[in-house]
Design a protein around this ligand. Structure first.
Ligand code: URA
Length: 444
């Protein structure tokens, strides 16, 4: 087999066999297929697309390019969740304990963040003493004991994806649905999931700018799941503003705690309930989404979800008193109000800009090696649809020092808000659900 022939075949619209795709991915991973050939192939895929069979073969080839996590010693159906990204996205902190409190085991490997704010692992490390490095045995026995563990990514999962993603980033081939779908699903499969729930965002702040494209991506990922024997469901949600109010590590932990007590922001609570209902159904603990949602809602109000979070934090060495009293979490010494320069209604909030603002304050890493400040960040006071008066606070910055930099951040936050005279038409958060049964639209 020669790479050039496979590039040729794809360029001309042919379908590659699983053996041909495996040849390309293995060869690329070992350095035997050159970057320029893989780039040409990715561009051919960008224009020609891939069949469902090819996309599934690509996913498995990438998943098999490195370590595979074996979660079989954990009892029950292990359901993993993936989000296609979002500023202020603290859903894992909520879904994990919520789902585990109904008996669905959650064994999750999460990343550190680059950019905006930290990843889930960084957020958890804002709780004093919390350890994200457990041995495999500790990880598995904790999930068997209390139903939940979240650790940092270890091992070499899907190395072919890292190489290919970096290459796509510099060859204008990121925005290809089969390439995104296989990239996401390969990592979940390598991480040992039996079933997968996907949180797919649509909108200006997301990878997929339109609902139509988000549905296509979700359908491609669900089709991969069906082909490789992992039940998969996707919830598509609107991302025209950050989720919840808090952006910043400890601030997001505090918001997650409020949500686990049933006192969280409506958008965050609704998305978490929608995603966790699918996890509970796939995990076999409810027969329908309606039944799962009712049970989950009860867990937010009867203290069970919060109690699960506390026992999880303590099992990983964290200070459980911070969960009982979030006032003990790291806090920044200075709070600065960002005032609106005009009055009107908030029509949109550029999530990306707020993420960058949080990063400049120190909540996220600009480089892999950089440290992060758990305490800093921002809390939104106004969300889309709210009325704001001139001079009224739209957001609060939590900072270490008040200086030129914090002034610039305040200006960036102000610029991220689009304020207009008329009340905008309300937009639903949850847009559609994609499962093996097809697409059901929630906004019509
Ligand atoms: N996220 C991924 O993990 N892979 C992609 O290709 C795009 C987004």
């Amino acid at each position: 087999m020669r790479a050039v022939d496979l590039i040729h075949k794809k360029r001309d619209g042919g379908e590659l066999s699983a053996a041909e795709i495996t040849f390309l991915i293995q060869g690329y991973n070992k350095g035997e297929v050159a970057d320029y050939q893989m780039s040409a192939w990715a561009m051919a895929v960008f224009y020609r697309g891939m069949t469902a069979k090819e996309t599934a073969a690509l996913t498995l080839a990438i998943a098999e390019s490195g370590d595979r996590v074996d979660l079989s010693p954990i009892r029950g159906v292990k359901v993993d969740k993936h989000s296609t990204g979002g500023v202020g996205d603290k859903t894992t902190l909520i879904l994990g304990p919520l789902v585990a409190s109904l008996g669905v085991p959650v064994a999750k490997m999460s990343g550190r963040g680059l950019g905006h704010t930290g990843g889930t692992v960084d957020k958890l490390e804002s709780i004093a003493g919390f350890r994200t490095e457990l041995t495999r045995e500790q990880f598995i026995s904790q999930v068997n004991d209390i139903g939940l563990s979240v650790i940092g990514q270890s091992g070499d999962l899907a190395p072919a994806d890292k190489k290919l993603y970096a290459l796509r980033d510099v060859t204008a081939t990121v925005e290809s649905i089969p390439l995104i779908a296989s990239s996401v699903m390969s990592k979940k499969i390598a991480a040992g999931a039996d079933a997968i729930v996907l949180d797919v965002k649509a909108g200006s702040g997301a990878f997929m700018k339109t609902q139509e494209d988000a549905e296509k991506l979700a359908a491609a990922m669900v089709a991969i799941g069906m082909q490789v024997g992992r039940q998969t469901a996707a919830v598509i949600s609107d991302m025209d503003q950050p989720l919840g109010f808090a952006i910043g590590n400890a601030l997001e932990v505090a918001e997650a705690i409020a949500t686990l007590k049933g006192q969280g922001p409506t958008d965050l609570t609704e998305l978490c309930l929608a995603l966790s209902a699918h996890m509970v159904v796939l995990g076999g603990e409810a027969a329908s989404i309606e039944e799962a949602t009712a049970k989950l809602r009860a867990q937010l109000h009867n203290g069970e979800a919060l109690a699960k979070f506390k026992s999880f934090v303590e099992a990983q060495g964290g200070d459980g008193s911070m969960i009982e009293d979030p006032g003990k979490l790291p806090a920044a010494p200075i709070q600065i109000e960002v005032e609106a320069s005009v009055s009107g209604y908030v029509a949109a909030i550029e999530a990306e800009q707020l993420g960058l603002a949080a990063m400049v304050l120190g909540a996220g890493r600009a480089t892999k090696e950089a440290g992060i400040d758990y305490a800093v960040g921002l809390v939104l006071r106004k969300k889309v649809g709210d009325h704001v008066g001139e001079g009224e606070s739209i957001a609060t910055l939590h900072v270490r020092t008040s200086n030129d930099d914090s002034d610039k951040v305040a200006e960036r936050v102000r610029a991220a808000y689009r304020i207009q005279p008329d009340k905008p038409k309300p937009r639903p958060l949850l847009l559609a659900v994609v499962t093996a049964d097809g697409i059901s639209r929630l906004d019509s």
